[in-house]
Design a protein around this ligand. Structure first.
Ligand SMILES: [Cu+2]
Length: 135
């Protein structure tokens, strides 16, 4: 009886090894390179914003989508394919400005700092958008 209790205790000790002692799922050794740290690399993503400007009432024109959430290092491309007139994507704080983008033009900006960046269109300032940049 006492012996089987000891065996159970030993078995439990083997089964309940703390998870931290386990080899990380992404860690490994690459021949010629060495140990690879358990860091997951996420490639920067590109996000696309278009414009809806076909309504006869310019007040109804909008960015599509009006809000975009990106990560630091991601890019946003304003794509004027299908637009009827020229627009600008202009940060409200003037930190970046596409300049006039004619129909069919594209302009890409990389976001390097976390935070919300409201922007507008210079000739149509009611056309507002926000880029939410997360760490
Ligand atoms: Cu505009």
């Amino acid at each position: 009886m006492k012996r089987s209790s000891l065996m159970l205790a030993a078995l439990a000790a083997v089964l309940f090894v703390p998870a931290a002692a386990a080899v990380p799922a992404h860690a490994g050794v690459v021949p010629g390179v060495g140990a690879v740290p358990n860091v997951q690399y996420v490639a920067p993503a590109n996000h696309v914003v278009k414009v809806a400007d076909t309504d006869r009432d310019p007040q109804k024109w909008t960015w599509v989508p009006e809000q975009v959430t990106v990560k630091v290092g991601d890019t946003v491309t304003w794509d004027m394919t299908g637009a009827q007139v020229a627009h600008t994507a202009t940060a409200d704080n003037a930190s970046w400005d596409s300049g006039y983008m004619n129909p069919g033009a594209k302009w890409t900006h990389t976001f390097t700092a976390a935070g919300d960046v409201p922007y507008h269109c210079t000739p149509h300032p009611w056309k507002k958008g926000v880029i939410h940049v997360t760490p």
